[in-house]
Design a protein. Structure first.
Length: 286
């Protein structure tokens, strides 16, 4: 088989930003600075910023139901709109609510509730990766301990794999109070030269634009046409008849970066349907 690797090319990626910090540090204030944002407010923290949010062309949806969050992200992925940034603030609240519901549904034996909740979180992560918008997610902080319960500092409170999704992870800190307060960001994880690991800078949207580029942050979003319910049903009906090689469906899903057909593009599902149809016996195909 011929080697398929290619030289890497620069990609103008959307910003995928994750921020965490203790209570009162100003995570909501930091997140809502992005203009033209679609803000999913998980603990009514945006209620005191109505003028700022409206003035920046942003809107707010208040929910802590993770299934609703997933459906909103799907809508942003597929419907034409003028929003540039998705904000989820804070995801900790929605994740805890999801765990509570999973516990009631499947119990806690052998960590079953974590498995059920994490399936939803993985689906959300796949959708956020595909979304052609900046994604800004905040989380509560919790104390991180080392050996002999030695305090190491703070980490985020939520799904343990959450930070894998993001290209930039910041820990927010604040010194001073009132008008003299200064909010700073420490780079905890980075995939960008503009934000070196361990760097500490004064947080502001203007500083983010200077480093990342306003043109990249504020360009219009493009949409994706996800598979129709009729397409998905047709594919499932075909798969009930045709026996494919082991692992074929899993390869399709992995290539599309999803865990279920409902989140695949219409084109991808159409190709799967064509592939399975060719495997039908001649009499059935006719």
């Amino acid at each position: 088989m011929a080697l398929r690797a290619k030289k890497p090319e620069a990609v103008q990626k959307r910003l995928k930003l994750f921020m965490f910090g203790p209570a009162g540090v100003g995570k909501t204030t930091a997140a809502i600075q992005f203009p033209n944002s679609y803000i999913i407010d998980c603990e009514r923290g945006a209620e005191n910023y109505d003028k700022l949010i409206a003035g920046s062309g942003s809107v707010v949806l208040q929910t802590s139901d993770m299934d609703e969050v997933v459906e909103e992200v799907r809508a942003l992925l597929t419907e034409t709109h003028d929003y540039r940034t998705l904000v989820i603030d804070p995801i900790t609240t929605a994740y805890n609510d999801l765990l509570d519901k999973a516990e009631k549904a499947v119990g806690t034996d052998f960590g079953r509730h974590y498995g059920a909740a994490n399936k939803t979180m993985k689906r959300l992560a796949n959708l956020l990766t595909a979304l052609d918008m900046n994604v800004v997610v905040t989380a509560h902080a919790k104390t991180e301990y080392g050996q002999n319960l030695a305090k190491l500092g703070y980490t985020f409170d939520g799904w343990k794999r959450l930070d894998y999704l993001f290209d930039l992870v910041l820990e927010l800190t604040k010194t001073g109070v009132g008008a003299l307060a200064q909010r700073r960001a420490v780079v905890v994880k980075t995939r960008f030269d503009q934000f070196p690991d361990g760097d500490c800078f004064e947080w502001s949207y203007d500083e983010l634009c200077r480093r990342y580029g306003a043109d990249r942050l504020e360009r219009a979003a493009t949409t994706v046409s996800l598979a129709l319910a009729e397409q998905i049903q047709e594919l499932k009906d075909l798969l009930a008849v045709v026996r494919l090689s082991e692992g074929t469906v899993e390869k399709w899903l992995a290539k599309a970066g999803v865990d279920e057909f409902e989140d695949m593009s219409a084109d991808a599902v159409a190709k799967c349907i064509d592939y399975v149809k060719k495997k039908l016996p001649s009499s059935s195909a006719a």
